[in-house]
Design a protein around this ligand. Structure first.
Ligand code: SAM
Length: 396
């Protein structure tokens, strides 16, 4: 069991990262500020949770009446189905119930529902949560959890990192409102970028430069630097910090309607805080698409009418009233951003072949290929993909 855990930790397949209450509260407040009725009369589903101690369930159960929710449902995944094996200890909350079952407790998921006042204290809150075992293990792809998805208006969770694409498709196929946590690198995936480009999904209100701290199970291998960072943020013990986490959503919030304050190209050449912009007094053109390279979001020239390639982190500040997203420099999209001059032949997945031919028939040795770079072939030409850039232009 220990070896499996170690292997999972090494291959970053551990999905057990638990979201902190303050991060949930900060994010949800932004939606409420924009629309105080965003949750009114809505059924909210929190899948892939551990309702007995998940902060998502706690937060929404505590605020059930304040938000005007119609129904709250959370589901958990069976301990024996989890990749990361931990010594299993059911909570007192579970064992004290007459329907507690030791076997089911390990192999079945649970469903928690909150809809009515069962304690008779005149309020609907966390004390009124009712639970039972699911028929299966609580896999979000199962028929029973999919049925709960269909019943829900809004889906909110931090889904398993290893199944992020599948989880996103699961929600989007059902046309649901959602708010989920993911990794900012996911933006460049071919399953993730198209809905962002088409304004069917955007980043949440908490900027992704903000460090997010997650609880981890006892014994998880955490990098010392991440542990120390979590400690500096006040989380001492089994916590880690993931600097590149962000929220993905299709629920509106005010931050995405605030245009970025920008200077013209001429002003950038004079006043930019970035030396390379000031020194060169130009924005470079890409080799394979008619666009300029803008390496910093705050250096976007406000008066440029054409297409601009900007860092992925631009999306954190993206205001759809200010810019259109026209593409991304990824090979799957059809754009890389730099042609390698010598046309070295490599396989499609970027692996270099041993010795290959140049277009004019000459050969080049593998030792001539700069180390560590990956090359891609797009339309029979060879490209390097230095950094993925989002291609944008001024709102037409
Ligand atoms: C990143 S954790 C987040 C937990 C909780 N939502 C939170 O934010 O505190 C993801 C959870 O999904 C569970 N999980 C993994 N695969 C799953 C699946 N196929 N279906 C449902 N849950 C799954 C993991 O065991 C883990 O508890």
């Amino acid at each position: 069991m220990a070896n499996t855990n170690l292997a999972n930790a090494k291959t970053a397949k551990n999905d057990e990262f638990y979201t902190q209450y303050a991060d949930i509260q900060k994010e949800i407040n932004a939606y409420l500020e924009y629309n105080p009725d965003v949750f009114r009369d809505k059924t909210v589903l929190l899948p892939c949770d551990d309702p007995e101690w998940s902060n998502f369930t706690k937060f929404f159960a505590q605020n059930f009446q304040l938000f005007g929710l119609k129904k709250l449902i959370s589901t958990s995944y069976a301990p024996e189905s989890k990749k990361y094996k931990m010594p299993y200890q059911p909570t007192l909350f579970e064992t004290s119930q007459p329907h507690y079952n030791l076997d089911k407790s390990k192999t079945h998921g649970k469903i928690f529902e909150l809809e009515r006042d069962i304690t008779g204290d005149g309020r609907i809150n966390i004390d009124d949560l009712e639970w039972k075992y699911l028929e299966g293990d609580g896999d979000f792809r199962s028929k029973e959890v999919t049925k709960l998805r269909d019943e829900a208006d809004i889906i909110i969770t931090n889904p398993p990192f290893s199944l992020f694409r599948e989880f996103l498709a699961w929600m989007m196929n059902a046309n649901k409102r959602f708010l989920i946590i993911g990794n900012m690198n996911a933006i460049t995936y071919k399953e993730v970028f198209p809905p962002i480009q088409n304004n069917l999904m955007w980043l949440g209100a908490t900027g992704f430069v903000t460090d997010m701290v997650f609880g981890v199970p006892e014994g998880t291998v955490v990098k010392e630097s991440d542990k120390a960072k979590a400690e500096r943020l006040g989380y001492i013990g089994n916590y880690t910090r993931l600097g590149n986490s962000c929220w993905f959503t299709n629920i509106d919030h005010g931050r995405r309607h605030q245009p970025i304050k920008l200077m013209t190209a001429a002003e950038n050449y004079k006043h930019s805080r970035h030396k390379d912009i000031k020194a060169h007094k130009e924005y470079k053109q890409y080799d394979n698409c008619n666009a300029i390279e803008v390496p910093y979001t705050d250096a976007i020239p406000s008066d440029y009418e054409g297409v601009m390639g900007v860092p992925i982190s631009f999306l954190d500040k993206y205001c759809p009233e200010q810019f259109d997203i026209v593409g991304i420099t990824k090979t799957w999209y059809g754009f890389a951003n730099k042609i390698y001059p010598d046309q070295i032949q490599v396989s499609k997945d970027g692996k270099q072949s041993k010795v290959s031919k140049l277009n004019d028939g000459a050969t080049i040795k593998l030792s001539d290929v700069p180390e560590g770079d990956t090359y891609y072939i797009v339309n029979d030409e060879l490209f390097t993909q230095v950094y993925a850039r989002v291609l944008i232009c001024k709102k037409q």
